[in-house]
Design a protein around this ligand. Structure first.
Ligand code: NI
Length: 161
């Protein structure tokens, strides 16, 4: 099976030119009243990248899988993504995620596939869990990629087929 690092690189390579083709005007338009505009969706993915990269590092030296959640709406609002430059956001998103893909490749199998019997409540998940429903760091990294694709589809279904 393709590793999460390769899956992430493929997702970036596919979506990046499509995101770049979106105009600044369209990137500032919410999908519906009260919903995030594309700038805020990419901002949320930057927050996910920021929080999850730290998790991917820390969880390599733990047996369990506990980590702090973050207040998604608050993070998006506090960083004023709706007023940020669209091209800069897309560039930062692509570069940061290429870095994360490289870090994913570096995780050794012992840390990657260690069963995390003790873990935080899983809440909404995007990738299917390993056998017996016990999460692993490999699963968490796959879940990260699927969450990214889920939000890219909110911008345009063509961004993550
Ligand atoms: Ni999300």
């Amino acid at each position: 099976m393709e590793g999460p690092g390769s899956a992430l690189r493929s997702a970036i390579a596919h979506a990046e030119p499509l995101l770049r083709a979106i105009t600044a005007e369209r990137a500032s338009a919410p999908a519906a009243p009260g919903k995030w505009c594309p700038k805020e969706v990419i901002g949320h993915l930057l927050d996910s990248a920021n929080n999850n990269l730290a998790r991917f590092i820390r969880l390599q030296s733990t047996e369990d899988m506990f980590f702090e959640p973050y207040a998604q709406e608050e993070w998006v609002r506090a960083q004023g993504y709706a007023d940020a430059d669209w091209r800069d956001l897309v560039e930062l998103w692509a570069l940061y995620n290429r870095h994360i893909a490289r870090v994913m490749d570096l995780v050794l199998d012992d840390a990657r596939f260690r069963p995390r019997k003790e873990h935080r409540p899983l809440g909404s998940t995007y990738a299917s869990l390993p056998a017996e429903g016990i999460p692993t760091l490999d699963w968490l990294m796959r879940d990260y990629v699927e969450h990214l694709k889920h939000h890219l589809r909110q911008i345009d279904p063509a961004c993550a087929p």
